[in-house]
Structures are given as C-alpha cells and as structure tokens.
Design a protein around this ligand. Sequence first.
Ligand code: SF4
Ligand code: SF4
Length: 96
Amino acid sequence: MSKAYKQVPFAAIVPSPKTENEGMVTGNWRYLRPVVDKSLCTKCKTCWIFCPDACVNYSKDDGISFNLKYCKGCGLCSNVCPVGAISRQPELDFEE
Ligand code: SF4
Ligand code: SF4
C-alpha cells in the first residue's frame, strides 16, 4: 500500500511540535486564520503557551505573529486571549 499524506496507523504516536515540524504542515484546508490586533495585545504570551501546533511566535519588539504554514485555524489562541486581541477571519479575505 502506498503511503498517503498524514495517514497513520490506529493509535499512532507522532512527535509533539515543539518547533516547526514538517510533518504537520497545514496545507490549504484552513478556512479561518487568527489575526492579532497589536493595539490590544498586552504581550502576555497566553496564546503562545496554548497553541497546540507551536505556531504562535513572540518577539519582544513585534509581539505576537502566527506561522501560518502550521496554523490549523483551531481558534484556541483566540479563545484564551484575555483581552480579545485575536480574531478569526476567513481565509478567502486574504490573497496570501
Ligand atoms: S488558530 Fe490554533 S493552530 Fe492557529 S495559532 Fe491559534 S491556536 Fe495555533
Ligand atoms: S493572549 Fe492575547 S494579549 Fe496575550 S500575547 Fe496573545 S494576543 Fe497578546
């Protein structure tokens, strides 16, 4: 049987994405993406802690950004943000 993309055996264990993990590239199926309003963000890093795909980046100068190559659009970051700085917006609203 040929290998299918993301096909794994039942109960398979895959490495946790501590950083970029090529096995967990999202592809083009995400339909909502997180967008941060930097004027509201307090840089508390709660979203960075909670993202299950380790695709929230934090820098002291620029604050929060998202690595969309890995973001699944799950909305967890948006749900845990204590100040409502992250919204989820339709992918089709963006050219890239
Ligand atoms: S939407 Fe989900 S995968 Fe994307 S940055 Fe937020 S928590 Fe991470
Ligand atoms: S959880 Fe919200 S306020 Fe905290 S760093 Fe993330 S976007 Fe900023």
